[in-house]
Design a binder for this molecule. Structure first.
Ligand code: SF4
Ligand code: FES
Length: 260
């Protein structure tokens, strides 16, 4: 076990946890944007910045990627931390002035108006969508391209992706709502990924539900689900099978299994 203090509170946690996870265990909340417990932390947004005092030296670090260490002192709300987070939120607000989650967080940090040139983006380049697609879904339909101010998340060659299954997990984890899923009768569109996929028709009610390619993809997985299940929409499935399905509920972030 590792002993450390967070905001003056002495705690003991298992080796391998991050400071963010340790703080959570101690009931101390640290704001995050690019963190999801089901995904590898990347330290992209820096919103979770905390002050860490180790061997008498103080430094600012991302709590989501900093591993707990014996004897460290963590401050989650010091003047240094508040100043750093305020600057980060000012930059994010300048990039995405119309995104509600950023506006709310900026307000919480006391940022009224950014001093920087204001843009009108929706994506903060946190990479959650890329990670969920790769690590949980196992498809890797999207990725980062370019550098510096040109950096963005997109499909290969910025064209229609032939591997995207339209599951929508990316939209579910996106902290800014940048990824829009448009279901229009027999089509599912994800404009940001230049994706347009045919939806499957429910054998029972004839309503369209998820993309056909998502069903085909799921059929290749060892999910131990009856094949008939893939032919009917979630509503009919619920009424048909009721609680029998509850054991298939997963922690996958997204509408991946719960919406098939
Ligand atoms: S689209 Fe959303 S999840 Fe993906 S990098 Fe941008 S903000 Fe993050
Ligand atoms: S939540 Fe830790 S850097 Fe984004």
């Amino acid at each position: 076990m590792i002993k450390l203090t967070i905001d003056g509170q002495a705690i003991q946690v298992e080796k391998g946890l991050s400071v963010l996870e340790a703080a959570k265990r101690a009931g101390i909340e640290i704001p995050t944007l690019c963190y999801h417990e089901a995904l590898t932390p990347q330290g992209a947004c820096r919103v979770c910045t905390v002050e860490i005092i180790r061997k008498g030296w103080s430094s600012l670090n991302a709590a989501c990627t900093y591993p707990v260490q014996e004897g460290i002192e963590v401050k989650t709300d010091s003047e240094k931390v508040r100043g750093a987070r305020k600057l980060i939120l000012e930059l994010l607000l300048a990039r995405c002035p119309n995104v509600k989650s950023i506006q709310d967080l900026a307000k919480k940090m006391g940022v009224k108006k950014p001093r920087f040139q204001v843009d009108n983006e929706e994506c903060i380049l946190c990479g959650l969508c890329v990670r969920v697609c790769q690590e949980v879904i196992g498809v890797s339909a999207i990725g980062f391209v370019n550098r510096g101010t040109e950096r963005q998340v997109t499909t290969p060659y910025q064209m229609h992706s032939d591997v995207c299954i339209g599951c929508g997990a990316c939209a579910t984890v996106c902290p800014t709502g940048a990824i829009k899923i448009e279901d229009d009768q027999n089509l599912r569109k994800i404009p940001l990924w230049h994706t347009e996929l045919k939806r499957k028709k429910c054998k029972m009610c004839s309503n369209f539900f998820v993309p056909e390619v998502e069903i085909d993809f799921l059929k290749t997985k060892d999910l131990h689900l009856p094949q008939d299940l893939f032919e009917i929409c979630p509503d009919c499935r619920r009424s048909e099978l009721g609680n029998k399905l509850s054991r298939f509920k997963t922690t996958i972030p997204g509408n991946f299994l719960t919406k098939i």
